[in-house]
Each structure stands twice: as C-alpha cells, then as structure tokens.
Write a protein that binds this ligand. Structure first.
Ligand code: PMV
Length: 349
C-alpha cells in the first residue's frame, strides 16, 4: 500500500512500551494450541532495556495497517499477518469496531537473535486496546472490560510468552486445570531483587524451527512426560530461591531447567537442536570459571543458540568484563539488561 495508511490516521496516538522477559521456568509445549493452553506453568523475569514500542492510532479506511522499520503492510493485501489477526481478535473480544494504524519498533536490533514476540504482542495488545477504548487509565480500561489480567490473556493468544510481559518483576503463568482457568500474575515486584541478564549473542541466524512448531513437536519426545511430572517441584524450588534471594539456588535450577527444555526439543518429533557449538563452548566456560569461585553467574537459554547469564547487580561489571576479555576475539555481542517494572501506556498527540 501507499503512504495513505498513515495519512488516513487521525486522533490521539496511544503508545505502549513493553519489555521482553526471560523465562526462568520455560513454557514448552501446548495442551491446546487453539486456546493457547500451555503444557506447564512458567515463570519469568521482566526486563528493562529490551523493549517494543508500539503506537496505535485510529484510521479512516476500512482496514488496518502496520509499519515496522521501512515496511508498511495492510490487512487487505496481508490478511493472514499475525498483527492483523490479533487486531481482529481484540475487536471481537471487546465487541468494538474501528480500524487502526500500528507503528512498532524495538529498542534492540531485530537481527541479533533475540526474539521479540513477547514484547511485540504485549505492546500491540496494549496499544491496540488503548486506541480502541481511547484511554490509558488502568481503572477505566478495567471498567470497560480490559483489566490488566484480561489484557495479559489476550497478549498470550498472540504469543504465549507475551502474557508474562504485561507485568513487571517476577511473573508466573499458571496453566490451570482447563484452558479457561489459566492465570498470569506477578509474584514479586522488580524491587524485590535486583537481578541482571547479560545477554550474549553468539549467533544471529534465524531459528531453524519456530517456537510454535516446537511446542507441538515436544509431545513426541520420550522425555516430555518426565519433564512435565517434575515441573511442580522445579517451580517450588525456583520460587523458594527467589523468595529468599538465593542466587546460587536459583542458578542451579535455571541451568538444569533450560538444558531439560533443550533435551526435549532435541528428542521431539520432529527434533530440533537450537544450540550451536559456540553455545556449548560458552556454557562450559561459564561452569568452569564459576567452579573456580570467581564468576557468580548462571545461564539460561531460550529457543535459540544465545545465552542469558543471570547474576546479581553488584556482579554485573565483573561478568561483563570477563566475557569481553575471553570472547572479544569472536566479536560476540553483549546486551546488558536487568529486571524491570513492566509496561507503560502513554497518551500522545
Ligand atoms: O511465546 P512463544 O510461543 O514464542 O514461546 C516461548 C518459548 C520460550 O521462550 C523458549 C520459553 C518461554 O517461556 O518464554
């Protein structure tokens, strides 16, 4: 489409700024893909710096438009685009009409191997709802059918992990007994514990299998049932470690948890290995240095080859310096992030 999508836009701009999150206990596998019912409870830490900023504005034409970087698309020519399907879902849920122009950008480079679906769908949901209901006041949104909890549920319908990005601090997504009893809620605010996430980009290639496909493939793994049986105990231990701010106890769980998730991925049907030789080399180095007693950092790895090193704030510089010294020659990119307060919706012009 032409620039007319933007010229047709009118009225207030509603801008949502939503951080990404790093899963400590991973959401891996769906019980019901259509209702986005996860196989297990998950727990994450909302970040500060890695964010998506999305603006929504009403538009006059009878269709939606979406701009990301230099690309402008519309719902007439790309009706199956996930952004437009999500806007349809929001209008249906709220029983509202009206089309929107959406503009979205990330604070992190899109080609750096960091998935943006969590922050992206959280920001799209918040900006879209604010524009459709014409308010950014949480009380008013709730009175008009869009409580923060409902917003998180709609966000997770776009991408599961996006639901957790709707809150700050430590957040739990509980699968519940049936698809409608799912719950997404903050456990502790960011002020509870100043943890950092030093994100080490070892490879920026596109994923070999999308997480949507991998969630389904997990059921074919002979390890999956064993993983699911151990989730309640893993969750209990992680929550206990967070409660008393014991980074070592948390770290042991983080590493075992992500390696378990990757073992399921590697033995799924079809199988996928997200880890690269550099990933294993890096995590082996972390464990060696830690056992020498001077690197207080623990890794977790999402559905990709890159590593998130979790450490307490007072050790962040030491961890970053160590990585720079050891891995500089590989031109490894590092992004420094930390626990954050969660999203914000602003009213513009
Ligand atoms: O939200 P999805 O469908 O992209 O799945 C997220 C999967 C992980 O990032 C690996 C784990 C998680 O809980 O965020």
């Amino acid at each position: 489409m032409t620039q007319s999508g933007i010229q047709d836009a009118y009225g207030t701009t509603w801008k949502a700024s939503c951080p990404s999150n790093i899963a400590f206990l991973k959401y891996w596998g769906k019980r019901d893909p259509a209702l986005q019912w996860p196989a297990n409870d998950s727990l994450s830490m909302t970040l500060t710096n890695a964010k998506t900023i999305t603006s929504a504005r009403r538009r006059a034409g009878g269709f939606d438009s979406f701009q990301f970087q230099d690309k402008l698309i519309d719902s007439v020519t790309s009706p199956q685009n996930k952004v437009f399907l999500h806007l349809n879902r929001l209008r249906n849920e709220l029983n509202l009409e009206g089309h929107l122009h959406i503009h979205s950008e990330n604070t992190f480079p899109s080609d750096c191997g960091i998935a943006s679906s969590a922050s992206g769908f959280a920001a799209l949901t918040m900006a879209g709802i604010a524009a459709l209901l014409e308010t950014n006041d949480w009380n008013e949104l709730a009175l008009r059918g869009a409580s923060k909890e409902s917003i998180a549920h709609w966000a997770r319908l776009g991408s599961g992990s996006a639901g957790r990005s709707c809150f700050g601090g430590f957040v739990q997504w509980t699968a519940g007994e049936n698809p409608t009893s799912q719950k997404i809620a903050p456990l502790y605010p960011a002020s509870h514990w100043d943890l950092c996430d030093v994100i080490v980009i070892l490879d920026d290639d596109k994923k070999s299998m999308s997480s949507s496909e991998a969630h389904l493939a997990a059921w074919g793994s002979p390890l999956f049932k064993t993983r699911l049986a151990g989730i309640p105990e893993r969750l209990r231990r992680m929550r206990a470690a967070i409660e008393i701010r014991d980074v070592e106890k948390l770290g042991v769980e983080l590493e075992a948890e992500c390696l378990e998730m990757h073992s399921v991925a590697m033995t799924g049907t079809p199988a996928v290995c997200y880890l690269k030789p550099e990933t294993t080399e890096f995590t082996t180095w972390v464990r060696e240095q830690r056992s020498l007693g001077w690197l207080p950092a623990w890794f977790t790895i999402d559905a990709g080859p890159n590593v998130h090193l979790i450490c307490e704030r007072q050790n962040q510089d030491l961890v970053v310096d160590a990585i720079n010294k050891k891995w500089r020659e590989r031109r490894t990119k590092i992004m420094i992030d930390r626990i954050g307060e969660g999203p914000m919706i602003q009213r513009g012009e």
